[in-house]
Design a protein around this ligand. Structure first.
Ligand SMILES: Nc1ncnc2c1ncn2[C@@H]1O[C@H](COP(=O)(O)OP(=O)(O)OP(=O)(O)O)[C@@H](O)[C@H]1O
Ligand SMILES: Nc1nc(=O)c2ncn([C@H]3C[C@H](O)[C@@H](CO)O3)c2[nH]1
Length: 271
């Protein structure tokens, strides 16, 4: 009997679109980000996608980098130099006024690095619809988190002006390399995200309150549903968005998982 993974992969090859090639005969790799509130289930959903189709490459959000920033070596009193390690995620949650701007510079830089990684060879030689899937993006860094921190007063107007200036410069300089073809928006009520956040129990998030998740929810709705957020990049203004109801418990229900995968495949084939 075929395993679940084989089953999903079989159905994957059954609904391939014809190969869209570039001039050098390589497959055109689509780039899609998964967006959504904290603990809505992006990483969980990303793992589902990774196991569903070999043509999809999922790139995780680099949270562990934010939790372990190696500082310079500190010279003690004669003892061997020690490397200091700081947890910027924790610092940002503990003292957002002091650390939010620093956090956004680092998170955005790490997202940029992720989005600049070339697709693996297996995607370039794919006969199907190869897709690089990112957990969040340089766009949510600005239009969800940094904007929210500015509106909360944790980033002041000078910091916000500086952030926007270098963000626009970098995105324009890297141009096509950091564009996206689509966005998957995982949506759930903030209360559901709060439940999941508490169950997950990530130490740095102990002080996160429902009000913060409410505000992030509003930012996602403004950007991806109402389209009232001012966006500064033409392609991102018109980007196709697949909205999925992430409040359903797909982990325990194979049918729900299949439905999600089918929707995602159909979406990818339109990009
Ligand atoms: N559909 C789901 N049904 C039930 N529980 C879920 C579902 N998706 C995720 N979870 C659980 O919710 C918690 C948060 O999920 P996950 O870590 O995937 O969220 P995330 O959106 O990636 O979080 P973050 O915003 O911090 O990156 C985990 O404990 C996970 O097991
Ligand atoms: N302030 C802030 N800016 C960001 O760009 C950002 N991206 C993610 N996060 C927080 C949410 C989760 O706790 C945790 C993992 O997603 O990190 C962010 N926080």
């Amino acid at each position: 009997m075929a395993s679940k993974r084989e089953k999903i992969s079989d159905s994957c090859s059954r609904c391939l679109s014809s190969k869209a090639s570039t001039q050098d005969g390589k497959a055109r790799v689509r780039r899609v980000s998964i967006e959504g509130n904290i603990a809505v289930g992006k990483s969980t959903f990303a793992r589902l996608l990774q196991s569903a189709c070999p043509d999809w490459e999922v790139m995780a959000e680099p949270v562990s980098h934010w939790q372990n920033i190696e500082g310079g070596t500190s010279k003690g009193t004669g003892a061997s130099p020690q490397t200091t390690v700081s947890n910027l995620l924790q610092m940002m949650y503990q003292d957002p006024l002091r650390w939010s701007y620093t956090f956004q510079t680092y998170s955005c830089m790490s997202r940029l690095r992720t989005q600049l990684q070339p697709p693996p060879a297996r995607l370039l030689s794919s006969e199907g619809t190869p897709v690089q899937v990112y957990e969040r993006s340089v766009y949510s860094d600005r239009y969800i988190f940094a904007l929210n921190m500015f509106e909360l007063g944790c980033i002041n107007s000078t910091e916000w002006a500086v952030y926007q200036n270098w963000h626009s410069f970098l995105v324009e300089q890297f141009g096509h390399q950091v564009e996206l073809e689509g966005i998957i928006y995982l949506k759930a009520p903030p209360k559901k995200c709060m439940e999941r956040l508490e169950n997950r129990g990530r130490a740095e998030e102990k002080g996160v309150e429902l009000d913060y998740l409410d505000k992030l929810h509003v930012q996602h709705e403004r950007w991806l549903v109402e389209k009232t957020t001012e966006i500064h990049f033409e392609k991102i203004k018109q980007i196709p968005v697949l909205q999925l109801d992430a409040s359903v418990e797909f982990q325990s229900d194979p049918e729900v998982r299949e439905q999600f995968i089918t929707k995602v495949k159909t979406f990818f084939n339109t990009l």
